[in-house]
Design a protein around this ligand. Structure first.
Ligand SMILES: C[S@@+](CC[C@H](N)C(=O)[O-])C[C@H]1O[C@@H](n2cnc3c(N)ncnc32)[C@H](O)[C@@H]1O
Length: 280
């Protein structure tokens, strides 16, 4: 078997889907990568190297899983679809016998423990839950030091956006709590089966030390939610919902060195943290 044939192409994906009688569902974001070059590009951009343990959310038919195994990583794969989860070890055994794979059949949003202490997260995430899944894994698994995810293009741009940008919002500020994010290239919709009706983008992150305690994070995230629920309003108004009144919000903002007339889109995550701390 050549190296090329150890990854899944359109023919292998078609055969596996037929074998499992898979009708990909939109609800589970089931768009499978059918292009080996794209898989290799994702794995290269992720920086994952031999000997590393990687958690992959939503391995599907195994396209990316085989790419990660190809560079010598160990993979812990979390898949919600029972048929896909059951087939994955069989596929891996066929294409890369003996490769280190652990499959967990579960909803990734409910996972609070992982075997093997993965230090990286690499995934082609289901579109509709990409941000909550990312935040969940960053919250529960501090050993994940870096990673790369493929998400819907607009979502990826939002995650990596910086203050002042029109697309800067709650996902951008919350993601910045955990790390530094940058986009790492667009991916054509043609590399998927079925072809989705949106474009995708790669987003890479490096974790940084969390700027505050867990209770400060919770307080900061509730301020972020309030600020962006009414993003056009000044913070003294939008934050009054969680801080009691607009007078109290103004006092807290001033104590934190933030203008009460500012809007959420102008603030960094550290500004939000200062507001949370100003009440302590
Ligand atoms: C975009 S596909 C990616 C499949 C594969 N990694 C690839 O690149 O071809 C998303 C995968 O996530 C799975 N999935 C959807 N929701 C999930 C959840 N809550 N927890 C775990 N897996 C999920 C789907 O069944 C599907 O296999």
């Amino acid at each position: 078997m050549t190296e090329q044939s150890k990854l899944l192409g359109p023919a292998e994906i078609r055969d596996l889907a037929e074998l499992l009688d898979i009708q990909p569902t939109k609800k589970l974001g089931q768009n499978f990568v059918i292009d080996a070059n794209t898989v290799r590009r994702i794995v290269k951009a992720s920086g994952v190297s031999a000997g590393q343990t990687v958690v992959e959310v939503g391995p599907g038919l195994g396209s990316l899983t085989l790419g990660l195994l190809e560079v010598g990583a160990s993979v812990v794969a979390v898949e919600i679809d029972r048929r896909l989860a059951a087939q994955l070890p069989v596929t891996v055994e066929l294409f890369r016998p003996g490769a280190p794979l652990t499959v967990i059949t579960a909803d990734a949003m409910t996972i609070t423990e992982l075997p093997g202490e993965p230090t990286s997260l690499v995934a082609n995430l289901p579109y509709n839950i990409s941000v909550p899944v990312l935040l969940h894994f960053l919250e529960y698994f501090p050993q994940i030091a870096s990673g790369l995810v493929m998400v819907q293009s607009e979502v990826g741009q939002r995650i990596a956006a910086t203050p002042g940008s029109k697309i800067y919002g709650s996902p951008s500020v919350k993601a910045a709590w955990y790390g530094v994010w940058r986009t790492a290239g667009q991916v054509s919709r043609q590399v998927f089966w079925p072809v989705p009706n949106v474009d995708s983008i790669l987003v890479r992150f490096e974790r940084r030390e969390q700027p505050g305690t867990e209770s400060e994070r919770l307080a900061t995230f509730s301020l972020i939610d309030a600020a962006f629920q009414q993003r056009r309003k000044m913070l003294r108004q939008s934050l009054s919902v969680v801080l009691g009144s607009s007078a109290e919000a103004s006092a807290r903002l001033e104590a934190a060195g933030v203008a009460p007339t500012a809007r959420g889109e102008e603030l960094t995550v550290l500004d939000f943290l200062s507001i949370a701390r100003s009440g302590a």
